[in-house]
Design a protein around this ligand. Structure first.
Ligand code: SF4
Length: 343
């Protein structure tokens, strides 16, 4: 019987929370805000001549970031200018979609959320609902758009392929254990820093430490490279500033009931698991090793940030999750993904 990847019904991961409270983090150079559709570009051209940036190689069009603030040209202290003056539905499609993503599976569309935003990771937030997320996940034709699809064969390990139903049955207790936020390395059952093919962790650390400049992405690369260098070679760290200090300090005021760093890390890993994006690279066993590595780095950086009280502890963990998430889409980390063997 042929199995199809379905977008409906929409499925929400237990425990996922989000509400846009306008911290403005997602409007900064944490990533190029794109890819913009042609429709986005045409609409933006009517609003401003300087809104769209096009890569010279003819690649995707993205929103222009201001060089002085590293933020979108439409960002203001009071929030998004387009949102305020013209309405939320006029915003470019990547802004409408953030932080949601959809994975089509044989039983429906899994809604996952990115953790690159304080509106996702800090303070009291309402549960994600399928109704609220749906509007963000529609394309210009009104269809649900998915970024990734999974069919009926899921690799639990390199040598063990499961049906989707069997995978979901085994995934449920794993999700639950991650959300408990205890003994995360034990839950992952994986060792960080596996052997790489054709490169070494020291080389990756060097490459990340070699990022120059003051963009947030460059600063994060140096944080990550320092932590990696310390963990694999005991290299001394360099001093780096906090790239999103303003947004995190604003968000810190919303934290009334701080949660432990492990709860923040477990929530992030639960979304990594639930999104099933890891199936692009290989088995779940391989993905666990990759997560264990980023978790080890995250804990090292969190230890270097301010941990003077439970609120600071909570904020530092959220800030670090943002860093390791940003690195996961960097060129050096693409090399890591290619160099990791499946197990
Ligand atoms: S258009 Fe608005 S929501 Fe989108 S990145 Fe710019 S300021 Fe943020």
């Amino acid at each position: 019987m042929k199995v199809y990847a379905r977008r409906e019904p929409l499925l929400v991961r237990p425990g996922a929370r989000f509400d846009c409270v306008g911290d403005g983090l997602c409007c900064s150079d944490i990533h190029a805000v794109g890819a913009l559709t042609e429709e986005d570009c045409e609409r933006l051209a009517l609003i401003s001549e300087e809104a769209v940036d096009r890569y010279e190689d003819g690649g995707d069009a993205v929103l222009m970031m201001r060089s002085d603030t590293g933020r979108c040209v439409f960002w203001t202290e009071e929030g998004c200018l387009i949102h305020r003056r013209l309405g939320p539905e006029i915003k470019p499609s990547p802004c409408i979609q953030f932080p949601y993503a959809l994975t089509a599976t044989p039983v429906g569309g899994r809604i996952s959320t990115q953790h690159r935003c304080t509106c996702r990771t800090l303070g009291p937030l309402p549960p994600v609902t399928a109704e609220a997320a749906r509007a963000s996940l529609l394309d210009s034709e009104g269809q649900l758009k998915f970024e990734h699809a999974v069919l009926d064969e899921v690799a639990w390990s390199a040598g063990q392929i499961l049906s989707f139903d069997e995978y979901a049955r085994r995934e449920a207790p794993l999700l639950e254990a991650l959300l408990e936020g205890k003994q995360l390395m034990t839950v992952l059952q994986a060792q960080p820093f596996p052997e790489l093919e054709g490169t070494t962790w020291s080389d990756i650390a060097d490459e990340l430490r070699g990022f120059h400049g003051s963009s947030r992405a460059a600063v994060v690369a140096r944080w990550f490279g320092d932590a990696l260098g310390f963990l694999v070679d005991r290299r001394p760290r360099t001093k780096q500033g906090r790239p999103w200090a303003d947004s995190f300090e604003r968000a810190a005021k919303r934290v009334v009931d701080p949660v432990s760093p492990n709860v923040v890390f477990g929530d992030w890993l639960a979304d990594e698991l639930w999104s099933m994006r890891w199936t692009r690279f290989g088995s779940l066993a391989r993905a666990r090793t990759e997560w264990a590595t980023r978790l080890a780095v995250a804990r090292r950086i969190a230890g270097w940030l301010d941990i003077s009280d439970p609120v600071r502890d909570n904020v530092s963990a959220a800030e670090v999750v943002m860093m390791v998430d940003v690195i996961s889409t960097s060129e050096p980390w693409e090399k890591v993904q290619e160099a990791m063997r499946d197990s």
